[in-house]
Design a protein around this ligand. Structure first.
Ligand code: SF4
Length: 347
């Protein structure tokens, strides 16, 4: 069964085959300004919980990504190369050919109920933003959160969208039963830098307002200032302002990570630089001449910019919460819980 809509203008007769999916995808367009030129491929996935490879340094082992591709279209997005597995490109296609796993909610519930599942932490928003615009139409997240709540399964989410507030009651229910952490990514408050690097994301101040609202509701929520891009969003005054607002919003953790440029992202980012910031091309060629990462010294400099904020919020995150029996049963690594999984390193 494909998701059907009564309240939308759709052209839904197109079909497509995507590598890795047994059934043909129904291709839809939405009659909304945010979705002009965007095609949504409704697929039925085989599974929802993805195991993170052991070699990964991510602080979680399981992820759920209901969407592939992201209309937020951040120029630096590390997830872009994943679109090439679909025979789509990491540039325009990643932003406008979006795969929607319409059966993700039912898969999550079934997979969390398996006897072999031992209730490990599950991270959402690790590859594409689960609260990108079209989630307001598909509403895949509420039933996923319900499944998490019912299984009392530790979870976290990373997003750039205040759409997360729609699900606040459900997130609160999860946080009451088990460990839960939300993170809002806010790389910059500078209007020019924001519009240039993340053209279709919600306003960063709205994200910080969401951080405040979530924390006031009792949902531990942090801020990621990531990626930090030399010459673009790394002025100390700019970062300091985010730190101030994040602290005011009660951020339980503040992280920051330097830009890295792996695979196709490198070419896409350099094309963007040549077009938008030609003054920085030489500097970036030097910084990233050895590969995907800036030199250690540069990464330390960028990391130090957010260091003060991390220290200021450390007390909050270390304070932790008194755990209920469900949480004690479900979370076998309480020593790690004092510092909730932070998805900053994704960027
Ligand atoms: S919001 Fe996240 S997943 Fe989406 S384009 Fe930006 S960095 Fe990539």
């Amino acid at each position: 069964m494909f998701v059907r809509w009564d309240n939308l203008s759709l052209e839904g007769d197109e079909e497509a085959r995507l590598p890795g999916y047994a059934e043909t995808a129904r291709v839809r367009r939405f009659d909304a300004p945010e979705a002009l030129d965007v095609r949504f491929y409704e697929v039925r996935a085989k599974s929802a919980l993805n195991r993170v490879p052991n070699r990964s340094r991510m602080p979680f082992r399981w992820t759920i990504n209901p969407y592939r591709g992201c209309t937020h279209a951040c120029t630096y997005c590390f997830a872009r190369p994943t679109h090439t597995y679909l025979d789509l490109d990491a540039g325009r296609d990643f932003e406008r050919e979006i795969v929607v796993k319409v059966n993700a909610p039912e898969l999550v519930r079934a997979e969390l109920a398996r006897p072999a599942w031992d209730g490990e932490h599950v991270a959402l928003g690790t590859n594409t933003d689960p609260y990108q615009w079209v989630e307001s139409r598909y509403r895949l997240l509420p039933p996923i959160w319900e499944a998490m709540r019912d299984a009392a399964n530790p979870a976290s989410v990373l997003t750039k969208s205040p759409l997360i507030l729609r699900d606040l009651p459900l997130l609160r229910q999860i946080a009451e039963r088990t460990s839960f952490q939300a993170n809002l990514s806010v790389p910059t408050l500078d209007e020019r830098a924001w519009r240039a690097t993340e053209p279709h994301t919600p306003h960063p101040r709205k994200r910080l307002e969401a951080v405040g609202e979530l924390n006031r509701a009792g949902i531990p929520t942090g801020v990621l200032i990531a990626p930090l891009m030399p010459g673009i969003n790394d002025s100390p005054a700019q970062v300091e302002r985010i730190l101030e607002l994040a602290t005011e919003a009660g951020a339980t953790d503040i992280g920051g990570v330097a830009l890295h440029l792996r695979g196709e992202v490198r070419g896409i980012f350099f094309d963007w630089l040549r077009d938008q910031r030609p003054d920085l091309v030489e500097r970036y060629e030097e910084l990233y001449r050895r590969g995907a990462y800036a030199p250690v010294q540069e990464r330390r400099r960028l990391g130090a910019l957010v260091g003060r904020g991390r220290t200021a919020t450390r007390a909050l995150s270390m304070r932790g919460r008194d755990l209920g029996p469900a949480e004690r049963r479900r979370d076998p690594a309480p020593s790690r819980r004092s510092e909730p999984p932070v998805q900053a390193s994704l960027f």
